[in-house]
Design a protein around this ligand. Sequence first.
Ligand code: ATP
Ligand code: MG
Length: 457
Amino acid sequence: MPVGFVSTSSSALPALRPPVEVVNPMTATAVQIVARPGHPDFLDLPWERPLVEWHGGRLIAVARGISRHVVRFVEYDDRIYALKETQVELAEREYRLLRELRSRGLPVVEPVAVVSDRVDTAGQPLGAVLVTRFLDYALPYRYLLNDGTSAALRNALLDAMAVLLVRLHLEGFFWGDCSLSNTLFRRDAGALMAYLVDAETGELRPSRLTDGQREHDIENARENIAGGIYDLIARGRLPDGTDPLEIVDAGEARYRDLWAEVTATEEFDADERWRLEERIRRLNDLGFDVEELVVARTDGGRRLRIQPAVLEEGHHSRRLARLTGLDVQQNQARRLLNDIDCFGAWIERDTGTRPLEGVVAHRWLTEVFEPVIGAIPADLVGRREPAELFHEILEHRWFLSEAAGEEVDNETAVASYVADVLSARPAERLVVEATTTQVPVVRAGGAPEGPTVTSSG
Ligand SMILES: Nc1ncnc2c1ncn2[C@@H]1O[C@H](COP(=O)(O)OP(=O)(O)OP(=O)(O)O)[C@@H](O)[C@H]1O
Ligand SMILES: [Mg+2]
């Protein structure tokens, strides 16, 4: 493409705003950016150079998984974006898939833009780039799995992956490349929540996956996860005695148990209808809302057969969002809902009446949650997500109360937590990669600092 040519090719993407077709003013090469609103236009980036040659500027080094493509990270104020250089068809396909999965409420990274029609200064074509929003507080597996990883954290990681795969399969998504590198983890009130980061090989089917498709995906996941663990052992990051097969077996068992629990058909006597309620409650406890349940009478009306047909994960998060507007993960939501409940009981003890749930929740937000988060020094508050901070403070208060033999108030608990726990904790909003050792390290301080010049990405 000649220098200065403005592309007129239309994109098949469902863009919310028209493609920005511009000439990069710095170098006068053409580029086309199809972007979602509410993000930078990315026009200041040196699109006329392959990503691997970018230096300085907005680039930052982020700890990430292993990848075939060149993936680099750029920073705009407090927002970070991941850029993946690939072929245009693949970038557009992945962008569309991620949008669709997100619109169904699934935990996947947010697609932001597709950059195409790139040429270098000699007019030679360059690959397209998929831009996704960096998932704040996302912890790559190499940060979580190391010599010091407790069995509890390892199990939390397997649980999180099992939940993610079950959710995707329920939606009819065949991942094709479920691996540790293609999953990101966020802390979730003592547990972890897994997010899909790479949908390139995925396929969305019109309905729930068949058993054959699921088995295929499980087999892929087993191979990839075992491969990731062998790699960590080879790099000396996990003890020699670690058995990758034992780990993938445990992960598979968790997936199968959860799949059975959420999809199995159950049969019971018609006069045991409470078992229907019980099944729904069990699914709610696992975090699923039952949107549709198939109930059939069998055996001349003497037996009932039930099977959950449409399930939606996020039971606790949705309830908390409805009550308080807070958007948090599943276990965090469960924890905060419990605290709202205790707060309601406390009001009732104090006044003799319990206000409506919505009123209790609103008072809890302004009288409990916000003051607790507000009491954390500004330079430390970004070390964990607010809901995670709140959860840790509740835990800390419990330990203090137990040691003191009496209830410790929130103010005392926050001060002690900040001084004794949080100040020694690494900031996890962004884990940066140590360029020399390839061991993820943590950048000091809460919010990310200014752009870092580095040769890795
Ligand atoms: N939006 C994001 N937020 C956080 N990390 C990200 C994001 N996008 C990519 N990464 C990191 O970059 C790594 C590589 O990205 P990705 O898996 O999409 O590349 P890939 O080349 O398609 O991988 P593969 O070799 O599996 O095909 C991921 O493992 C993840 O650690
Ligand atoms: Mg990948």
